[in-house]
Design a protein around this ligand. Structure first.
Ligand code: MG
Length: 339
């Protein structure tokens, strides 16, 4: 019997305005998609659109309407279903990832197994997630560091004209490991000048120092050999990896960019074939979106799955990241329930 699709828009509110190099907000509209089969079993997924990649909650709803006639008759027909979705709306990664997660959730529930088990993964191998401190005043950043007490690794947003001050503020407040994300906010000269400063402040990893297309510049930053360089905005799908492999040490995978859980697994395999580090990231999301990504983190070196932890009104309970490692739910499918 055919699958039925229903959708809801959820407006997420962050605990603090969340700001990065290209701006910020306190309200994030995400889309909750549910697929119901003939036996009344539900599969849940979430779309977390980013205007940077050309999507909003409204374009997600429109894309889902366009995809509805292409839902598979058999939810286990995952590979064909995802390929068809990508043909119909190739540029709507966030929208497609909601259906991908919902189908995988449904299949896991039908089989009575959590998704990580269907993939043969050991949940104890999930890495520790970092927690992000967005751009803010020194006083607010000190407070955010205190609020992040239970998170063992911090990720700091940079890409401003006061990056040294931000680093000093954070380092004065904590001696935790720090990762830095410039969100494409630097020039090559600025990045080269920042490298020794980052090193001095004990930063362990640098994400997306330069604009996505400046792979030559990113390669120059990496060749200094001072810090591992990971690309995020430069790498959306597995097809990007051979091109970025010469420029960066690793990739940051997000479902909103790559469009499906199976594409995320292909990205991991392709990155490994190029001896690259694998990081799993997120947007501002509920625990539903976070949990879909968390299920493949046992294959990753690093995770930045703080999207739900940054929000004040997460309607779901799923994977948890506080206090250390990622804790995957053991219930069938994604293992997510309403709060
Ligand atoms: Mg990033």
């Amino acid at each position: 019997m055919a699958l039925r699709l229903s959708t809801d828009v959820i407006t997420l509110r962050t605990k603090h305005p969340f700001t990065i190099a290209r701006g910020g907000s306190s309200d994030y509209r995400v889309v909750w998609a549910r697929l119901t089969d003939g036996d009344g079993v539900d599969g849940w997924g979430e779309a977390d659109p980013s205007s940077y990649y050309g999507e909003t909650a409204d374009t997600v709803l429109e894309a889902l309407r366009r995809l509805e006639p292409y839902l598979p008759d058999d939810p286990f027909d995952l590979e064909t279903a995802e390929a068809r979705f990508a043909q119909v709306v190739p540029r709507n990664g966030a929208a497609r990832s909601a259906l991908s997660a919902a189908l995988h959730d449904l299949v896991g529930k039908r089989l009575g197994q959590p998704l990580y088990r269907l993939w043969g993964l050991d949940p104890r191998k999930a890495p520790v997630s970092s927690f992000t401190i967005g751009l803010d005043t020194p006083e607010m950043m000190r407070q955010k560091v205190l609020e992040a007490a239970s998170y063992p690794i911090l990720k700091i947003k940079l890409g401003t004209d006061r990056d040294e001050e931000i680093l000093r503020t954070i380092r004065d407040a904590t001696d935790k490991p720090i990762r830095v994300d410039a969100n494409a906010g630097w020039t090559v000269d600025r990045a080269l000048r920042m490298l020794p400063v980052l090193k001095e402040y004990g930063v362990e990893l640098l994400e997306q120092p330069l604009p996505p297309d400046d792979l030559e510049g990113i390669a120059r930053v990496r060749r200094q050999g001072i810090l591992p360089v990971v690309v995020d905005e430069s790498c959306l799908t597995a097809a990007d990896i051979p091109r970025v492999a010469a420029a960066a040490d690793g990739i940051n995978i997000k479902l909103a960019k790559c469009g499906s859980l199976r594409e995320a697994l292909r990205m991991i395999a392709t990155a490994r074939a190029h001896s690259m580090l694998v990081m799993v990231g997120c947007m501002i999301e509920t625990s539903l979106g976070i949990t879909a990504a968390a299920h493949f983190t046992p294959l990753a070196d690093a995770a930045d799955l703080d999207g739900a932890a940054l929000t004040a009104n997460d309607p779901f309970v799923g994977a948890r990241i506080d206090g250390g490692g990622i804790q995957l739910p053991a219930e069938p499918g994604l293992g997510v329930r309403r709060r």
